[in-house]
Design a protein around this ligand. Structure first.
Ligand code: SF4
Ligand code: ZN
Length: 295
């Protein structure tokens, strides 16, 4: 597919070569891509951002025609951009998939209630059906109640397990067996680093898979943003003026992940490609066969 955004030749004459977009060479560059530091215009950014995600979807055969797909929607920037992009690419490239939004209400006052209000607005903006599954209805406990009894330590560990299960239950309720999530390249590189630092070989092997499933569950999960930088997702949401929720959860994110994130940010400042490089390293890692235990 060729790039066909309108170009104004008078604009080109008034700009110095160093100000021009490095892709179309006509419009003013206003974005430096965090991924490769290329200076490009807004229109070319939209095009390359969307096309790279489409290529990830096609190269990994994520969907098939007629498939029903649930998009994990939290109201945050990643999932809001995911909902928008899934609808856009499905229409542009005729994937032929049926998209629904699926949200989990963990029961965290001042955080999830506000972010769910954003999802409800997104539902109307994108015209997609929405299903909300709550911890309270599934487990009879909200996260606020769990933290009040068990304390804040390890809250993300419980919450992560419950959310995985809740997403599966929500998808089952909708009769859907494919959930797409907004996990991006930064999340994946962080996970690879965390597993290396912990020596968690079993998780390391699976940490770069684009399609996963819980053992025994017929529901598959996929990550169309596997190669998409978080900073580009934020830029895209900003320039497209998408309606998303940006407050952090009341309960501190997992401490060890926070440390891995900090480490990666420092590495990225020196070498912007390190996020993709870490993912490629994880993909090509060949682990030696585990020795059989002699009892
Ligand atoms: Fe749950 Fe932790 Fe995320 Fe809060 S930060 S929603 S407690 S996993
Ligand atoms: Zn351009």
């Amino acid at each position: 597919m060729s790039w066909t955004a309108p170009i104004d030749p008078t604009n080109k004459k008034s700009l110095k070569v160093s100000q021009l977009c490095e892709i179309c060479h006509c419009r003013k560059a206003i974005i430096k891509r965090p991924k490769n530091l290329e200076k490009i215009c807004k229109e070319c950014f939209f095009y390359v951002f969307e096309t790279e995600i489409h290529n990830t979807i096609v190269n990994n055969k994520l969907f098939h025609k007629g498939e029903r797909v649930a998009v994990g929607a939290s109201g945050g920037k990643d999932s809001t951009v995911l909902c928008y992009i899934m609808k856009l690419l499905n229409e542009r490239y005729n994937y032929g998939i049926d998209i629904q939004l699926l949200s989990i209400d963990e029961g965290i006052v001042g955080y999830r209630d506000d972010s769910l209000a954003t999802v409800k607005r997104n539902q109307k903006q994108y015209g997609l059906p929405l299903e909300i599954v709550s911890y309270k209805e599934l487990y009879n406990w909200t996260m606020d109640e769990i933290v009040a009894v068990a304390g804040i330590r390890n809250s993300c560990t419980y919450c992560g397990v419950f959310r995985r299960q809740a997403l599966d239950r929500g998808a089952q309720r909708l009769g859907i067996n494919h959930i797409v999530t907004g996990h991006n390249a930064d999340d994946m590189a962080e996970t690879v680093l965390m597993n290396i630092l912990r020596g968690d070989v079993a998780r390391l092997e699976k940490s770069t898979s684009i399609i996963t499933s819980s053992s025994g569950s017929p529901i598959k999960r996929s990550k169309p943003f596997k190669y998409t930088y978080q900073k580009e997702i934020v830029l895209y949401a900003h320039y497209k003026k998408l309606d998303y929720f940006s407050t952090e959860c009341t309960y501190a994110p997992e401490a060890f992940r926070g440390t891995a994130r900090e480490l990666m940010k420092n590495l990225e400042a020196i070498r912007p490609s390190c996020i993709i490089d870490i993912i490629h390293s994880g993909e090509n890692l060949v682990l030696k066969e585990k020795k059989k235990r002699i009892v």
